[in-house]
Design a protein around this ligand. Sequence first.
Ligand code: AMP
Ligand code: MG
Length: 335
Amino acid sequence: MNGWTVGIETTAHTFSFGLVDSKGIPYPSTSDTIKPEKGGIHPREAADHHKDFAAQLFRRALESQNLSIDDISAISYSQGPGLGPCLRVGAAVARSLSTALDVPLIGVNHCVAHIEIGRQQCGCNDPVLLYVSGGNTQVIARLNGRYRVLGETLDIGIGNMLDKFARSNGIPFPGGPVIEKLALQYLERVTEPTLEGLELPYAVRGMDLAFSGLMTAAQRLVENGQSLDAVCWSLQEHAFAACIEVAERALAHTGKSEVLLGGGVACNERMRTMSNLMAEERGGRSYVPPKMYCIDNGTMIARLGWLELEKRTTELHQSAIDQYLRTDQTPIVWT
Ligand code: AMP
Ligand code: MG
């Protein structure tokens, strides 16, 4: 590639343009996230938001690196998995840009993009990825030329669980960061924190996870008079321990030593600490990219597109989105 690769991310609540240069070096994304005033994300409303913001975000992304459209040599976009209406907006923008600028188009896998930006940012080579985001919770590792999902949530994503619990308690989206603050507040006000009276069900099944029972039980604690900050602390302890346990099992199973965190919930300091402790105890290491590359961002889409472009491009007739695209559907054709 001679010029820059543009990445377009629209799997859910965020519209984001990102850029990598001709050597694949990432630059910060230009993004906007829909924040519903009440209730969860409505896919069609999010898609409308994306449509409204596309043009101005694109302009701002180019301005951020002083680029003109002539500097662009490829367009990469999230082909899936995600919310259909949202993905369709991103794909339409990508097709239009690719056609108008006469540059190659490449549709990439959102989950794989999280892994690749993490590898690039952290300099780790062959990690087990603990991908903890709003809609997804997966433990992924590279085996026989593909990223394989070794374990995942059987119901809702961990971020969704945190957001829903928060919403039930009057906290607007995104609830995860507020729950983190409340948990810290609890630890500051009690001298000896204990889970006594704050126990929650712990749902690890083999390498799979489940979160909706945990959420219901946490809500019941609040309704029965436990203070919200104490329950937030307990909820984090239980939910994160379950994820870390599954990641540890994946390390043991695959013989790998690196853990890489990704997804919005990887912004959480307690999650990071738990992952560090687990990895250190096993003689391994835990890595986490900067927050702007943990959350959904266009830059990771540009980076994966750049990696794949030497081997393939997406023709218009293959460019339809796939809401259910699986992580192991993408052959790893790069190093
Ligand atoms: P993503 O789906 O990867 O864009 O991430 C969004 C999710 O990350 C939302 O569910 C947020 O509540 C969650 N999140 C963001 N920051 C934090 C945090 N500090 N602690 C826990 N969850 C977080
Ligand atoms: Mg994501």
